[in-house]
Design a protein around this ligand. Structure first.
Ligand code: AP5
Ligand code: MG
Length: 217
């Protein structure tokens, strides 16, 4: 089944965690715009140099840049059997552009899934998040610790890192920006009959179960 799905929700809610599993279990491509940007920052490409300042301040990168990036990734062969978009769209112009680009290819977006959790839980999750520098898998010191407490289970030489934008002031800023610029997308998809709302609280397995039931996959 070819499915194209968008994961919506505030910072720290579990879009990356669930998106990674959903894509890998179904053979779909995973397009995580935050991950693409962090990789560009690490490589110091022109995109990365431009994006770093905005990301460190918790601000969004410009719509044109993000739309171009998703246009390219979503047309690659890894996305041919379907894809999960994690972190895009984040503004109404990005959502409009996604519909246009899929329409040009004779494709449609099958569903927008929103994950939700209370703000204090989001802050707690981000403060304890650690990431593998090699495979980018997210761990959590409380809820998903690596086996030895410090290194990636799959890359034992890789010491887990904290994301630059997971410092407290930037976390608060990202939550504000989400409310202002991205939360309106819930109504955008609801009014088009494409929104599926899933609780982001509970164990990762429970959230995943609810997600696949909502999608019917
Ligand atoms: P992005 O990387 O997309 O960050 P985000 O939206 O702020 O979301 P996060 O990655 O912080 O959270 P998540 O929902 O993926 O949670 P995770 O699964 O890791 O964007 C970063 C920046 O890039 C933006 O601020 C912006 O500057 C820029 N950007 C990206 N896309 C853009 C766009 N389209 N337009 C403009 N700018 C863009 O989980 C969080 C933690 O909780 C982990 O530690 C995890 O292990 C744990 N956890 C997960 N699920 C559970 C659970 N059920 N119970 C307990 N713990 C859990
Ligand atoms: Mg993420």
């Amino acid at each position: 089944m070819t499915v194209r799905v968008v994961l919506l929700g505030p910072p720290g809610v579990g879009k990356g965690t669930q998106g990674r599993r959903l894509a890998s279990e179904h053979g779909w491509g995973l397009i995580s715009t935050g991950e693409v940007l962090r990789e560009a920052v690490a490589r110091r490409t022109p995109l990365g140099i431009e994006a770093q300042r905005l990301m460190d301040a918790g601000q969004l990168v410009g719509d044109d840049v993000m739309i171009g990036l998703v246009r390219e990734r979503s047309s690659q062969s890894e996305a041919a059997a379907g894809f999960v978009l994690d972190g895009f769209p984040r503004t109404v112009p990005q959502a409009d552009a996604l519909d246009v680009m899929l329409g040009e290819r004779g494709q449609t977006l099958d569903a927008a899934v929103s994950l939700a959790a209370p703000k204090d839980e989001l802050v707690r999750r981000m403060s304890a998040r650690r990431e593998c520098p090699v495979c980018k898998r997210a761990y959590n010191l409380f809820s998903a610790a690596p086996r030895d407490g410090r290194h990636c289970d799959d890359h034992p030489a890789a010491e887990l890192c904290q994301r630059a934008d997971d410092v407290p002031e930037t976390v608060m800023r990202r939550l504000e920006i989400y409310e202002r610029q991205t939360a309106p997308l819930l109504e955008y998809y609801r009014s088009r009959g494409r929104l599926h709302e899933v609780a982001g609280l509970g164990t990762m397995d429970a959230v995943y179960g609810a997600l696949i039931r909502a999608l019917g996959v």
